[in-house]
Design a protein around this ligand. Structure first.
Ligand SMILES: [Zn+2]
Length: 363
């Protein structure tokens, strides 16, 4: 079974207003799920607009992350108040938590991304973390969201850092799917990989201007937020299981195991993972173009203020056995790194991490 896309997608400046009649048809007692204080005003607006349509509305907030503690607490609220849907309004963690809960309670999920930081509003996947943000696993859900609302005015209010993070996460689609699925005969997967190449090119061309001219009338900004929030999700939907994540996300998952005081966004860590993956390809797969790709990506990532090595994620890999911990987690049996079409071992991981940390790439 493949879950390709949300049932209905609203996009544009007034997407939320346009979605309201459809949402009121679907639900009478929704729970609005959110998390951060920065999105509180938008969630209040969502609440007010639904209230004006005579809906009985409940709300809840994640305290930590998309973690079992929060999921259980909110599940009990939904059951107690007999909510008949979830409206998840926030970043990737909130959307993932909403989707997971709706799936397990057999109620519809409406996703309202409030930033362009991930494609979680589209997909039928939820990543589960610990309270401290350490990756545990991803869970495949039975379906994509019932309604996805990508309201440009809402996303406009997000910090520009979330856009940079979304760009890095969306770029990973090409670097990961093209290597894991390059030999596939499945036409749909081949097409998904080609969409991810076009997506990469658009982000390389328009990413910087979208980031620097962060204004609502900027065509690049619209193209880039929709590339991150919609196209990246579509690629996952069409490509399905065969259009897999690979080393970049495996490195992300491993890096989250090291708890550092400063919290980094998913895409900020994935971006570092892409560079490490390319380094592995150069070292182990004789990919002569990998170094060119690294240089090209680093130029963009610097412009977007994205970290380019693990030390820029406030982790010193040379202390507390951190490099060992990252290598061990990256290589565990269930890791996506094993989808790479070549063998890698513990020493390879340690070597590429050490290399990336020490190397000052001359641009
Ligand atoms: Zn991701």
């Amino acid at each position: 079974m493949q879950t390709i896309s949300p049932e209905i997608v609203f996009r544009g400046k007034d997407a939320w207003l346009k979605a309201l009649p459809e949402i009121s048809k679907l639900t009478k007692k929704p729970l609005i799920l959110g998390r951060s204080i920065q999105t509180l005003n938008l969630r209040k607006k969502i609440y007010k607009d639904l209230k004006a349509r005579d809906l009985r509305i409940y709300s809840a907030e994640l305290e930590f992350d998309c973690c079992y503690e929060d999921l259980l607490r909110i599940k009990n609220i939904i059951l107690r108040d007999k909510c008949d849907s979830i409206i998840a309004a926030g970043g990737g963690k909130v959307l993932d938590a909403g989707k997971y809960l709706a799936d397990s309670l057999h109620i519809p999920i409406i996703t309202v991304p409030l930033s362009a930081s991930t494609c979680a509003g589209w997909t039928s996947l939820s990543n589960i973390y610990t309270k401290n943000g350490q990756f545990i696993k991803d869970v495949s859900l039975r379906r994509c969201p019932k309604i996805l609302v990508v309201d440009h005015k809402f996303i406009q209010t997000a910090p520009v850092r979330t856009l940079a993070s979304g760009i890095a996460d969306a770029l990973a689609k090409w670097y990961e799917s093209s290597i894991t699925s390059s030999k596939t005969n499945d036409g749909l997967v081949q097409q998904a990989i080609q969409i991810s190449r076009v997506l990469r090119d658009q982000l390389l061309i328009e990413g910087e201007s979208a980031f620097k001219i962060y204004s609502k009338d900027n065509v690049s900004w619209i193209n880039v937020i929709e590339a991150c929030g919609l196209t990246a999700g579509l690629i996952g939907g069409i490509g399905g299981e065969k259009c897999r994540t690979a080393a970049a996300h495996a490195f992300h998952n491993a890096i989250t195991q090291i708890i550092s005081p400063k919290k980094f966004l998913h895409g900020e860590i994935v971006g570092v993972g892409i560079l490490l993956q390319l380094k592995l390809e150069e070292l182990k797969n004789n990919n002569k173009l990998a170094n060119q790709s690294i240089k090209q990506l680093i130029v963009l990532m610097k412009e977007l203020n994205l970290p380019t090595k693990i030390s820029e994620l406030d982790i010193n890999v040379f202390e507390n056995n951190n490099v060992e911990k990252i290598a061990n987690f990256t290589l565990r049996d269930e890791s996506e790194i094993h989808f790479l079409p070549f063998e890698i071992n513990h020493k390879d991981i340690v070597d590429v991490i050490t290399d990336c940390e020490k190397q000052e790439i001359k641009l």
